[in-house]
Ligand binder design. Structure first.
Ligand code: FE2
Ligand code: FE2
Length: 136
């Protein structure tokens, strides 16, 4: 099997909130599928369907996450929501570009990688810390 585009790393990526970790894993699975199918030169319609799935799951995940951290005393909730909005817009921009060109270039996969590392590790972990404190 081909090397995965992105591997789940429990130590580095866990938010210690199981439901959110499971959704992050689901997103990573879809990204890996997209990476593999793109590398295998799958037809445009198939790639397009995977990107749609990714976009849909991203929106759903962000909704769940926002609902969750709104139950916490999380001072950065507003900024976090703005970042989500920006990520969705950028993802949709890449999606529109793909629909036009039929190409998923390195910039697209770089965007996904940065999103995962910078967002999950840099931002999502923060509500994880607060949730852990609340749980005692
Ligand atoms: Fe987030
Ligand atoms: Fe997240």
């Amino acid at each position: 099997m081909a090397e995965s585009f992105f591997k789940w790393d429990q130590e580095k990526l866990t938010t210690h909130v199981d439901a959110m970790d499971n959704e992050h894993k689901k997103l990573i699975d879809i990204m890996n599928k997209l990476y593999d199918r793109n590398a295998a030169k799958a037809p445009k319609a198939e790639l397009s369907a995977i990107i749609k799935e990714l976009a849909m799951w991203t929106v759903t995940h962000f909704e769940h996450e926002e609902k969750f951290f709104d139950t916490l005393d999380y001072s950065q909730a507003k900024t976090h929501k703005t970042i989500h909005k920006d990520l969705v817009e950028r993802l949709k921009g890449h999606q529109a570009e793909f629909e036009k060109t039929g190409q998923l270039g390195p910039a697209f996969f770089q965007f996904l990688k940065t999103w995962l590392t910078a967002h999950i590790m840099g931002i999502d972990l923060k509500y994880g810390v607060i949730a852990a404190k609340k749980a005692g």
